[in-house]
Design a protein around this ligand. Structure first.
Ligand code: PMP
Length: 461
């Protein structure tokens, strides 16, 4: 794959602000060590990475290899210390390596990594999660090991519950890589320009229908035409994998009403938004309650955990209570449960959402001003501590809008920021995540870097 090389000079203001002692570099671009490691990894791992977006294919340059993370920072093999807005793709709401979470995991590890048998911690975890997320109140939760497993299992359950086959997803919506959902998917699939995926037979996705996000008329038309044949509508209530796109006013409410009318199971995929935009996720924020909710990322506090849950009458269809099969050797393992519990307890004890709102708004507004000052077209969408700046003029309400962004410019911006010590998700169609560890001075440093980065790409335009 052709990679653009970064060029262009700059003054390392970020370096001065970030590291007054000058001991650690803030140039996060892959250096000799990372490049050598990429070559080594690429011989035995496809693309050298275990998830495609990590390869930096759409932004150019090679990915820096990471040695450790703490608070708001990532450290690289090349000796750089970077301000991180990827947050391990969402889980790091409370910053990386939060001591309480690490301690809980270490303590659990001493008693064994996995039993494949029931534990009290799993009950405590399910009690806490069902108390926090509105659609789970009075309902049930099943733990799995990833967001992909959560959505895949929730869909099977919806089909088993309704006895119907058809499911609906949004154009540009990403719910993990289960075959049945790998149609017009966002995230890595959007970045790489793969419309679906090789290896997914037409027959497997024949019952997967597509709707444009935020299009009430298309939704109504589909429900009128075949609502009674639909098992489920699965939606990210705030789209996060075509870049961040909030639901238009009334959109989720209408979806809820149509699902009620036609007996369709409404599934909110809150793998990204759960515990991020509010304690109870997007459903709390917008006051719309789905039948089933899928969780991942923050719910596992950085460990590989997913979960799905909701209405008791639906959840009772899962084995061993009911006929819908779903299982997992490592599901509910002590380490995942410990990390998730510790994280959610910290959130419950001291809800971080007001502080996150304030710092994310300061960053987002600052970036918008910085782009405007440099004359770079940028449209932003933000909900709480997740946002995307799209490199274009028009408002972004759906995937079609998002695709009008200037991805080449985004790539330049990404490299300019990385060179100044700021690590952003390496794709235009991803969210930036702010954590509680991103304090005012870190955000100021980021904004100083952005001022220079926007000015540089304006010069190169
Ligand atoms: N759903 C959403 C909304 C996601 O953002 C993601 C991952 N980014 C997934 C599902 C899949 O989760 P995982 O990568 O843990 O399988």
């Amino acid at each position: 794959m052709a990679r653009r090389q970064f060029r262009g000079g700059f003054k390392p203001v970020a370096a001065l602000l970030c590291d007054p002692m000058g001991e650690q570099s803030t140039d996060g671009r892959a250096g000799d060590r990372s490049r050598t490691l990429l070559q080594r990894a690429s011989r035995v791992i496809p693309g050298g990475v275990n998830s495609p977006v990590r390869a930096f294919a759409s932004v150019g340059g090679d990915p820096p290899f990471v040695t450790k993370a703490e608070g708001a920072y990532l450290h690289t093999e090349d000796g750089a210390k970077l301000i991180d807005y990827v947050g391990t793709w969402g889980p790091a709401l409370l910053g990386h390596a939060r001591p309480e979470v690490i301690e809980a995991v270490v303590k659990a590890a001493r008693d064994g990594l996995s039993f494949g048998a029931a534990t009290s911690a799993e009950a405590e975890f399910a009690e806490l999660v069902t108390s926090m997320v509105p659609s789970l109140n009075g309902g049930m939760l099943r733990m799995v090991n990833s967001g992909t497993e959560a959505t895949m299992s929730a869909l099977r359950l919806a089909r088993g519950f309704t006895g119907r086959a058809k499911i609906v997803k949004m154009d540009g919506g990403y719910h993990g890589h289960a075959d049945v959902l790998l149609v017009a998917a966002g995230s890595g699939a959007a970045t790489l320009g793969i419309p679906g995926s090789a290896g997914v037979p037409d027959s497997v996705v024949a019952d997967t229908l597509l709707l444009p996000f935020n299009d009430v008329e298309a939704l109504e038309a589909m429900c009128t035409a075949q609502g009674d044949a639909l098992a489920a509508i699965i939606v990210e209530p705030i789209a996060g994998n075509m870049g961040v796109i909030p639901p238009d006013e009334g959109y989720l409410e209408r979806m809820r009403a149509l699902c009620d009318k036609h007996g369709i199971v409404l599934i909110f995929d809150e793998v990204m938004t759960g515990f991020r935009v509010a304690k109870g996720g997007a459903q709390e924020r917008y006051g719309v309650t789905p039948d089933l909710t899928c969780l991942g990322k923050i719910v596992g506090g950085g460990m590989p955990v997913g979960a799905y849950g909701g209405r008791r009458d639906i959840m009772e269809k899962i084995a061993p209570l009911g006929p819908v099969y779903q299982a997992g050797t490592l599901s509910g393992n002590p380490l995942g449960v410990a990390a998730g519990l510790a994280t959610l307890q910290l959130i419950e004890q001291d809800p971080p959402y007001e502080a996150l709102e304030r710092s994310a708004a300061r960053l987002f507004d600052g970036l918008s001003q910085s782009a405007a000052k440099a004359g770079v077209a940028l449209t932003g969408n933000r909900v709480g501590a997740m946002f995307t700046g799209f490199f274009q003029d028009g408002a972004v309400h759906n995937y079609e809008d998002a695709k009008r962004s200037n991805t080449e410019r985004f790539g330049q911006f990404h490299q300019e920021m990385l060179a100044r010590g700021v690590y952003l998700a390496p794709s235009q169609f991803e969210a930036a995540f702010v954590s509680t560890a991103h304090d005012d001075s870190i955000i100021d440093t980021t904004l100083a870097a952005a001022d220079e980065a926007f000015a540089a790409i304006a010069r190169n335009a």
